[in-house]
Design a protein. Structure first.
Length: 99
């Protein structure tokens, strides 16, 4: 059986993202190790052109309706257009490690 992370990625393929990051943050919350209940999503797609932030999130939640009904408890979403990503991507990158 596929992990929840894989199912989320599969279900969001219809958005034809040009950049996709999904991070399981479940271990940062109380509960047993290894669960998949809390995720952080960064997705960049032209499907978000001319959509408000709320409409983008609604679109994602609609695609993930089954996951939300079967144990996905929290999803932090950054949904950007390619132009927004081009302008803001440095805000999402970890700083370089100094040697």
């Amino acid at each position: 059986m596929n992990s929840r992370a894989q199912r989320i990625q599969d279900q969001l393929k219809t958005l034809n993202s040009v950049h996709f990051e999904l991070e399981n943050e479940s271990d940062q919350h109380s509960g047993p190790k290894g669960r998949e209940t809390h995720f952080k999503l960064l997705i960049v797609s032209s499907a978000f052109e001319n959509q408000s932030r709320v409409d983008r999130q609604r679109q994602i939640f609609d695609l993930l309706k089954n996951e939300l009904q079967t144990g996905l408890h929290a999803l932090s979403i950054r949904a950007l257009t390619p132009h927004e990503w081009e302008q803001k991507q440095n805000l999402f990158q970890s700083p370089e490690c100094k040697k």
